[in-house]
Design a protein around this ligand. Structure first.
Ligand code: UN1
Length: 494
């Protein structure tokens, strides 16, 4: 019998109103049911929003350092549960154990980091232009926040949204991806155990259409914080525009690593392997393009493909596995569809390009690490986000051309350059148009205390992580205190 997990609404674990549930299966082994979860719909969402609404006033007035104490307790409990939660995460979404440990660690880091803000949340004080008058700015919560998160970072990304939303005094409705509800339950349970007052954090599980959509559309939700596909992001932005609501969107990427002729090639290869095939390429920061200088292209391609060929697909719980499964069947078909597209466009398939049927992979959604060469910068495989273990190699003749190729996409999340030339590194830092640029390191590895997000169609101008996350979850309020005892007018009006 599989365990049944519930929604968390108003401090209680409850069944969906309809009584319907769904199965969560292990993508490395379709026969294994990870758990049974509530299939929520509009009615569940309405109850969760109602709970968030009813607790909003209390939580807004709860001293921020005290809100932070709850977060510290959550972080401490997370440390103790790290291994269990990492195993659960690997079972429900497949990435290898060392990566799911990293995912939980990222949630620990974020929760601690943001808890520190409970005793800061700085605003400004500044002199008034008038005598006997005091001016300052303070942050106030936006109100009721919908946190809608993807399956590829099942605990890290929820922590990027929930922790800053709570410390700044918002109440939250959390709708995790339907592929990773167990990690969401694990995370939310800790807030209950840490003593978070009822209604402050609520969780409904279910599909995007049945549970996500009514949450996005709900009139009382003041802010939608969404990470996921561009299509859904566009839907969120459009609806929020009509209702004049705030939304923070974190969507696709088509990130590139530049390998210059003076690069430390071994280092670049290691970075390209990690960037291209870590999490089976299912990261918005994945290095799905490598832009290599023609002088080193042959050498790079032969060593890189050699390394990639040696990567072993399999169950992420096994220490012998390098690359876990693709999240589900439809995503597997999408990845394979791009292989066909690449071939059709005239790119040369160097390795992979098919499902992996090695021993131990029979029951899962495994795809072989795939490399295309002779890729033209404008091909679809060089332009569109695949979200799988597929790397397109584009050969260029100069540094300027490399920068141009990197920038020649509709996204702009992460980027990287391998070079030993400090001048080129600085030009790249200035001229690559992206939210993140790494020098002599891969496209992945964001740290929680720095802004995370992208330009162009990757996002809508917000940054998670860092103190910039506070700007998503708060409004600025300006306060003027006149202690002159008379009417004083600004702008020298007599
Ligand atoms: C994502 O791919 O959705 O830097 C986020 C990284 C991770 C976060 C990635 N810490 O790749």
């Amino acid at each position: 019998m599989s365990a049944i997990y519930k929604n968390f609404i108003n401090g209680k674990w409850v069944d969906s109103v309809s009584g319907k549930t769904f199965e969560n299966r292990n993508p490395a082994n379709k026969d294994e049911i990870v758990g049974i979860f509530q299939k929520s719909n509009t009615e569940d969402v309405n109850r969760a929003v109602e709970a968030a609404k009813n607790s909003a006033d209390m939580w807004r007035k709860y001293p921020a350092p005290k809100r932070a104490e709850i977060l510290y307790r959550v972080a401490e409990m997370l440390i103790k549960k790290k291994e269990d939660f990492a195993c659960d995460m690997t079972r429900e979404m497949g990435k290898v154990l060392k990566e799911t440990r990293g995912d939980v660690q990222e949630a620990i880091d974020m929760t601690y980091y943001v808890a520190g803000e409970g005793r800061r949340l700085f605003g400004d004080t500044t002199p008034s232009e008038l005598p006997n008058k005091f001016c300052m700015s303070v942050r106030i919560p936006v109100g009721i926040v919908a946190a809608i998160t993807p399956w590829n970072f099942p605990m890290a990304i929820p922590s990027w949204k929930i922790a800053p939303a709570l410390v700044t005094g918002n109440t939250v409705i959390f709708k995790p991806a339907s592929d990773t509800p167990l990690s969401a339950v694990n995370f939310v349970k800790l807030f209950e155990d840490a003593g978070l007052p009822k209604g402050v954090l609520n969780m409904v599980t279910g599909t995007g259409t049945e549970a996500g959509e009514p949450l996005i559309l709900h009139k009382d939700v003041k802010l939608v914080s969404f990470t996921g596909s561009s299509d859904v992001g566009r839907f969120v932005a459009t609806d929020c525009a009509h209702k004049m609501k705030r939304c923070s969107l974190e969507m696709g990427g088509k990130n590139a690593i530049i390998v210059m002729d003076d690069a430390n090639l071994d280092l670049a290869i290691e970075g390209a392997i990690w960037g291209g095939f870590g999490t089976a390429g299912q990261r918005c920061t994945a290095a799905s393009r490598v832009v290599v200088h023609k002088a080193v292209a042959k050498d790079f391609i032969s060593k890189f493909s050699e390394r990639a060929k040696a990567l072993r697909c399999g169950d992420g719980l096994l220490p012998t596995t390098d690359v876990g499964p693709i999240i589900n069947e439809s995503q597997l078909n999408k990845v394979h569809g791009y292989t066909k597209t690449g071939k059709g466009e005239g790119a040369k398939l160097l390795i992979g390009g098919d499902m992996c049927t090695d021993k131990g992979c029979e029951k899962g959604y495994f795809y072989k690490p795939t490399i295309f060469v002779d890729v033209d910068r404008n091909m679809r495989i060089a332009q569109e986000e695949i979200f799988g273990p597929t790397v397109s190699i584009i050969t260029v003749g100069s540094f300027e051309e490399a920068i141009d190729v990197v920038n020649g996409i509709k996204y702009g999340l992460s980027s990287s350059i391998y070079t030993q030339d400090v001048n080129k590194a600085f030009v790249a830092m200035r001229d690559i148009y992206a939210g993140i640029t790494y020098i002599n390191s891969s496209t992945i590895g964001a740290e929680v205390h720095l802004p995370f997000g992208g330009v162009n169609q990757t996002g809508n101008g917000h940054r998670e992580g860092g103190t910039t996350a506070l700007d998503i979850f708060t409004e600025w309020k300006t306060l003027y205190i006149d202690y002159s005892g008379r009417l004083q007018k600004a702008q020298s009006i007599e």
